[in-house]
Design a protein around this ligand. Structure first.
Ligand SMILES: Cc1cc2nc3c(=O)[nH]c(=O)nc-3n(C[C@H](O)[C@H](O)[C@H](O)COP(=O)(O)OP(=O)(O)OC[C@H]3O[C@@H](n4cnc5c(N)ncnc54)[C@H](O)[C@@H]3O)c2cc1C
Length: 452
C-alpha cells in the first residue's frame, strides 16, 4: 500500500467568489453534483436549498448500512488523476482520510483468469494470437499518445478494429464495449474510449484510492458544510414542476412542498426529469435546448459478502456469454478491513437499459443467476461462502453515446442568469465519475457567479 499516490494531483478548489447580494438558489438533486454545487454557492453567499428525491444523499454514490458501517451500493473508488474531486476533498479537509493502493485488472475467458496489467501479461494472453497481442499492446500505446481530435466522429468499433485488427476487436474489445452499452455498443464514439483509457491507465501503474469511512464520509461532510453555511437540505422532496412566475422569478414545486420562488436553479438530476418538470409552462422553450433523444444506460448490481476472496484483482471482466454478469469488482483488494466490516466484498454488475428484462427481474432471480455464474467461474466457490447478499439498481447511469455527442450534449445554461444544468449527460468526453461531475459543476458555478 502506498501512503499517498505518487502521481495524484489536486486541482485547486473552485476560486469561490462572493456574491454581492444574497440570492436564493435551488439545487435539484443531492448526488455529488448537487452537493458540491450547493456547497460552493453557499460559500459564495447564496441561500441554498437542495431538493433530493430519495430518502438519502449521494445519488449513484450512495451507501447502505451493513453491520455497524456504511458500504457503497455501487462500488466506488478514486484515481490519482481525479484532480477536481481531490481538490474538493482538500477543501473539505479530508485529504488525510484518503488511502491509495496498487490495484490490478483481470480478464476471464473460458473460465481462465488472465492478469492484464503488464506487457508480459499481455504477451501471455493466449486467447489472442501473438500478432493480435502485439496489436492490442500497440493500441494501448497509441491511445496514450494520439490526439483525441476527430475521435468523437468515429465509432469505437471503427477505431479499435483499425488499430488492433478485426480478430482482436471481436475477442478483446467488443465484449468489453458490449458489457457497458449492450447492443448499442457499435454507436459509441472512439472519444469515449480514449478518455476512459487515459483515465484508467494514464499513470505509471494502476493505483486506486478510497476514503476511510467510505464515500458516505464525503457526503456527510458536504451536507454538514452546506448546513453550517445556512443552506437547507430537503430529503424525500422530488421536484415535479419548475416554471417562471409573472414577475420572471423561478418557481420550484416538489411533492407536498411548494411552489417556492428562487433567483437561480441548478439542475443535477438525470435529464429525463427536465422535460417532465418543464413541459407546458413558461420554461418549455428552455427545455427544448436538451435533446429528448438522449437516452441513458442503467445498471443492475449485486453485492455479495463472502467469507474469502477469489481473485487478486480489483476488477475482472467476465465476458463469456454464458456468464450472467459482465464483471466482478472485488473491492476488498482496495478497501481496508475497517471499511468492509471484515467480509470480502464482491460486486457483480450488468450495465443494462431500464426497459430490458434483466433490469426488471426480481432480486432472487438475479442473485440465483449470479451465484450460479460464480460457481462456473470458480469451481471451489460454494453457497456457504456467501454471508449476505443485496441487489441495487440504477436506471440512469450514463448516456448511451452516439457519434457527434460532443455537439449534441446539453448546454449548461438553459436560461441565462436563471436556470443551469450540471448533469451526468454533460460530463462527456470526461469519464462519468465523481471527478467528472465536480469538474463540470466547477464550470457551472463559476458561470453563475460571473453572471451576477
Ligand atoms: C455501478 C457504478 C459504479 C461507479 N463507480 C464509480 C467509481 O468507481 N468512481 C467514480 O468516481 N464514479 C463512479 N460511478 C459514477 C458516479 O457514481 C456518478 O458519475 C456520479 O455519482 C454522478 O453524480 P451526479 O450528482 O451527477 O448524479 P446522481 O448521482 O445521479 O445524482 C442525481 C440525484 O438527483 C436525484 N433526483 C432525481 N430526480 C429528482 C427530482 N425530481 N427531484 C429531486 N432530486 C431528484 C436522485 O435521487 C439523485 O440523488 C459509478 C456509477 C455506478 C452506477
Amino acid at each position: 500500500m502506498t501512503k499517498d499516490s505518487e502521481n495524484s494531483v489536486a486541482e485547486p478548489a473552485s476560486q469561490v467568489k462572493v456574491m454581492k447580494g444574497a440570492l436564493d438558489v435551488a439545487v435539484i438533486g443531492g448526488g455529488i453534483g448537487g452537493l458540491v454545487s450547493a456547497y460552493w454557492l453557499a460559500k459564495a453567499g447564496a441561500r441554498v436549498t437542495v431538493y433530493e428525491a430519495s430518502d438519502q444523499l449521494g445519488g449513484l454514490g450512495t451507501f447502505f448500512k451493513y453491520r455497524d458501517i456504511s458500504l457503497e451500493r455501487f462500488y466506488h473508488c478514486m484515481l490519482p488523476s481525479d484532480r477536481y474531486l481531490l481538490g474538493v476533498l482538500h477543501e473539505l479537509g479530508l485529504d488525510d482520510q484518503i488511502y491509495w493502493k496498487e490495484t490490478s485488472f483481470g480478464f476471464m475467458r473460458g473460465e481462465q483468469l488472465y492478469g492484464l496489467n503488464t506487457p508480459l501479461e499481455l504477451l501471455r494472453f493466449s486467447p489472442l494470437s501473438l500478432i493480435d497481442r502485439i496489436r492490442v499492446g500497440l493500441t494501448g500505446l497509441w491511445g496514450k499518445i494520439c490526439s483525441p481530435r476527430g475521435l468523437d466522429d468515429i465509432t469505437c468499433v471503427e477505431w479499435l478494429s483499425r488499430i488492433s485488427g478485426q480478430r482482436a476487436f471481436e475477442i478483446f474489445w467488443k465484449p468489453m464495449l458490449q458489457a457497458k452499452f449492450g447492443d448499442r455498443y457499435h454507436e459509441v464514439p472512439a472519444l469515449w474510449f480514449w478518455t476512459r483509457f487515459n483515465r484508467e491507465k494514464g499513470g505509471k501503474r494502476e493505483c486506486k484510492g478510497y476514503i476511510h469511512g467510505g464515500y458516505r464520509r464525503i457526503i456527510d461532510t458536504l451536507a454538514e458544510s452546506i448546513e453550517a453555511l445556512g443552506g437547507t437540505i430537503k430529503l424525500q422532496a422530488p421536484v415535479e414542476k419548475m416554471d417562471l412566475t409573472d414577475d420572471g422569478a423561478l418557481s420550484v414545486s416538489a411533492v407536498n412542498d411548494g411552489p417556492k420562488r428562487f433567483d437561480r436553479v441548478v439542475v443535477t438530476a438525470p435529464i429525463s426529469f427536465l422535460h417532465k418538470a418543464m413541459a407546458n409552462g413558461r420554461l418549455a422553450d428552455a427545455a427544448k435546448k436538451v435533446d429528448t433523444k438522449i437516452d441513458m444506460q442503467g445498471v443492475v448490481n449485486a453485492v455479495l459478502m463472502l467469507r474469502r476472496g477469489f481473485t487478486k484483482h480489483y476488477w475482472v471482466a467476465t465476458i463469456d456469454e454464458d456468464i450472467p454478469f459482465q464483471g466482478i469488482v472485488e473491492s476488498t483488494t482496495l478497501l481496508e478491513k475497517s471499511d468492509t466490516a471484515g467480509v470480502h466484498l464482491f460486486y457483480l454488475m450488468n450495465y443494462v437499459h431500464r426497459t430490458e428484462a434483466l433490469f426488471n427481474q426480481s432480486d432472487d432471480e438475479i442473485l440465483s443467476a449470479y451465484i450460479d455464474g460464480l460457481k462456473r467461474l470458480f469451481p471451489d466457490f460454494q453457497e456457504a461462502d456467501v454471508i449476505d447478499r443485496f441487489v441495487f439498481r440504477a436506471p440512469f447511469v450514463e448516456p448511451l453515446y452516439t457519434t457527434g455527442y460532443q455537439q449534441r450534449k446539453p448546454p449548461s445554461v438553459l436560461l441565462p442568469g436563471k436556470l443551469y444544468l450540471a448533469t451526468t449527460a454533460q460530463v462527456y468526453p470526461d469519464v462519468t465519475s465523481w471527478n467528472g461531475t465536480v469538474g463540470l459543476v466547477q464550470k457551472v458555478v463559476d458561470d453563475i457567479l460571473q453572471e451576477k
